[in-house]
Design a binder for this molecule. Structure first.
Ligand code: HAM
Length: 431
């Protein structure tokens, strides 16, 4: 066999397997999210992972990092240009329009799933990553902006993260106000052309607002002196922003107004926000979003106010792990390991296991399969992490009983009849 044929095929760089030892953490997080969405009256939407390339180019913007250099785009067998979704908002708008969900009605939607961006992988930044997002349609007042921010804040609160994240807020104003501001900004940057780095020079004609987002220290002083969007807001956007801040103040949500927060996607107007943490290094934005009142119309629908956000699941799980905030009981394992000691006992154990599962529906019971010596059976029982092993050997079979062996406490083993086993386990195992 040639050397290349023998080479093992590995996962694509930046795309991770989720191993069984890690999946309980995700399930813990996902269960919290699902419950929260239910409590806030948001309905789940699931859209395809692949969409027409034009959808993302037209919504996220032709001259954004995502569309210019990060999309996984390919021609399918019909020659259509398709793209693995880099985010969920565009797909959500497409689906909502296509199925008439925006006609004379409001929507509060949420989704979860993989997104794809060809970025340079590092801690907290991957090429396949996962988002939970919410999108709302048909509400133009600041109450819904506050509502989605409160929803995210409650998630942090319930996960124990609230004190570890900061809410940054800004308003981008209306499209018209932003266009006028853009001209002022370009004039200012033109005066300081020698200080601009190459990236910024490129953006000067395509997307000058993004220059404000630059982290280049050589430009920091010049950027500090730049005209501020906040001073050029239209009256309606200013009122909207003031009302949103008042609502957050009343709700007791702390925030920092960051006049340089512009976001990397073109569809935003008015409110934009990010939840950031300092505990994850450079990839510290765990949730981000804002208002995008123009997008539905831009994609061919009727003008529809919209606001939403998305959070990065990998980053949040990393943060929960770093801060040790995932409760022990959420981390998998089972409650009982049922251990038949020979083939005869196995036949009885299969039935006994089913009986216990019927009678104790929340019990996590693992049945020993695959035979083995006494020593290897006991080793498997120990590895299951169950606190209790239920042993079924020749003596037990003869007596229609079982032996309970406590694997985590220093406690005498116990012989109970099979008829009493349900009641005994009910008392022993908390659920
Ligand atoms: P975004 O800022 O591009 O916004 O992404 C939202 C979040 O997804 C980020 O704050 C981050 O937590 C996570 N994320 C983004 N890229 C990566 C990556 N390469 N690896 C790991 N995590 C990542 C959006 O996607 C908008 N669709 C949000 C939105 C919804 N706005 C309105 N509605």
């Amino acid at each position: 066999m040639s050397k290349s044929a023998a080479k093992k095929i590995q996962a694509i760089r930046g795309m991770n397997d989720l191993l069984p030892s890690e999946s309980p953490r995700w399930q813990f997080f996902e269960a919290k999210v699902r419950q929260l969405m239910h409590r806030y009256g948001f309905d789940e939407i699931r859209t395809p992972i692949v969409e027409q390339t034009a959808l993302f180019a037209r919504s996220i913007g032709e001259v954004t990092d995502i569309v210019e250099k990060e999309m996984y785009t390919f021609d399918d067998r019909n020659g259509d240009s398709l793209t693995l979704r880099p985010e969920g908002t565009a797909s959500c708008v497409r689906a909502a329009m296509e199925h008439g969900l925006l006609h004379n009605q409001t929507q509060r939607l949420w989704y979860q799933g993989p997104m794809f961006r060809h970025e340079r992988p590092q801690k907290g930044r991957y090429r396949q990553f996962h988002q939970v997002g919410v999108e709302t349609y048909g509400f133009d007042g600041p109450d819904i902006d506050a509502e989605v921010i409160l929803l995210s804040a409650r998630l942090w609160q319930e996960l124990g993260l609230l004190e570890h994240v900061t809410l940054e807020l800004n308003s981008l104003g209306s499209t018209e106000a932003r266009a006028a501001y853009r001209d002022k900004l370009v004039a200012y940057f033109d005066q300081h052309h020698d200080v601009l780095d190459d990236d910024s020079k490129r953006r000067l004609t395509s997307n000058p607002l993004r220059i404000l987002d630059s982290k280049n220290p050589a430009m920091a002083e010049m950027l500090n002196g730049a005209p501020q969007l906040m001073d050029h807001l239209d009256d309606e956007s200013r009122t909207h922003f003031e009302q949103l801040k008042a609502m957050l103040d009343t709700a007791g949500i702390d925030y920092v107004v960051n006049p340089r927060l512009v976001r990397g996607l073109d569809y935003y107007c008015r409110t934009v926000f990010e939840w950031t943490t300092t505990a994850l290094g450079s990839q510290g934005t765990v949730c981000a979003g804002g208002r995008y009142d123009g997008l539905v119309e831009q994609l061919g629908g009727k003008p529809t106010p919209a606001v939403g956000f998305a959070m990065g699941i990998e980053r949040l799980i990393l943060l929960l792990e770093t801060l040790d905030l995932i409760p022990e009981e959420a981390l998998g394992g089972c409650d009982v390991y049922l251990l038949p000691m020979d083939d005869n006992a196995t036949i009885v154990a299969l039935t006994l296991a089913e009986k216990l599962r019927s009678e104790l529906p929340t019990l996590r019971l693992q049945l020993h399969c695959g035979g083995g010596s006494f020593k290897s059976r006991m080793k498997k029982a120990d590895k299951s992490n169950a606190p209790v092993a239920v042993l079924l050997g020749e003596d037990e079979l003869a007596e229609q009983a079982v032996t309970l062996k406590f694997l985590r406490d220093d406690r005498e083993q116990l012989r109970v009849s099979q008829a009493e086993l349900t009641a005994t386990l009910q008392n022993l195992v908390p659920h």
